[in-house]
Design a protein around this ligand. Sequence first.
Ligand code: F6R
Ligand code: MG
Length: 384
Amino acid sequence: MKTTISVIKADIGSLAGHHIVHPDTMAAANKVLASAKEQGIILDYYITHVGDDLQLIMTHTRGELDTKVHETAWNAFKEAAKVAKDLGLYAAGQDLLSDSFSGNVRGLGPGVAEMEIEERASEPIAIFMADKTEPGAYNLPLYKMFADPFNTPGLVIDPTMHGGFKFEVLDVYQGEAVMLSAPQEIYDLLALIGTPARYVIRRVYRNEDNLLAAVVSIERLNLIAGKYVGKDDPVMIVRLQHGLPALGEALEAFAFPHLVPGWMRGSHYGPLMPVSQRDAKATRFDGPPRLLGLGFNVKNGRLVGPTDLFDDPAFDETRRLANIVADYMRRHGPFMPHRLEPTEMEYTTLPLILEKLKDRFKKESDVYKAKESIYAKEESQGHD
Ligand code: F6R
Ligand code: MG
């Protein structure tokens, strides 16, 4: 039996700003998923949230992009959005971009990470969910997990990992993907994924046997083909242990709170702060960008767990550093590199400002020409 793990998320409205999902909306989604489980559409599920994103973690045997499973998620979001509207929550229904469902949720607003797997005897997985950032935020930690022996000693000392991993990298501007293998091609890989707004790691496979090891949600990005449509708070599924990164190696990749784009108005760099479920909300300056990690075992499609992976003093120093970095970045105010470059900003008044000021801009060459003609006049008068 093959099991599919589907993590589907959407922002359907939030309490007091864009900062946290309301429990009643989760309860509404729960009803829909409970009924889908009863009908046998899904085998198991877990509902959670990070910041303003409602997260549906589901297992089933129907494969990726399955109509029934996606319809279930869509209906859960619709029901949750109805409650959000009744409660007057902020931005109710925000990510539900269409009125009607059309086979799967791609292009309709929600984000999706799915993998169909042959369950191993024991199948430990981690699900990472971030708010106030975008899928390229996982480039650096994925590289560390699957290609950097300073993070993942298993790459050196575990014979089952020694063959390395390959990365499927999507060029979101061109809408095309390339497969690059580590360690053989790490310089080429880094040359691309070091530009995370353009080149996004979508999947990771084990070189030796093509085993699918990690999947990132890139739904909205995948569709833009050259057009900027805003940030998409990303989710990721990572398989663990026994020839794959150990849980601790996967988590170690987040011990450094690297800078990611997003944060306030999707237009600022800030540190990615790993937090417990209790702290999975966006407060200071609508952030800083938060990361929730849940660990499960998947057994015959059953989700055993979760465990709240960053609910741990071992990540206190990461959070402390993230707070220091947040202070440091904030002190730049509206200046880059805290503020994103214009093409990456979710909000920008720049075109309006440029339009308003267009008649007040003076050509530098005209200023010099004027000075030159004054000089020429004076010179000619001097010669008289
Ligand atoms: C960014 C985000 C928030 C909002 C901000 C302004 O992804 O969700 O930072 O952009 O709170 O929201 P509006 O424009 O809805 O008032
Ligand atoms: Mg969000």
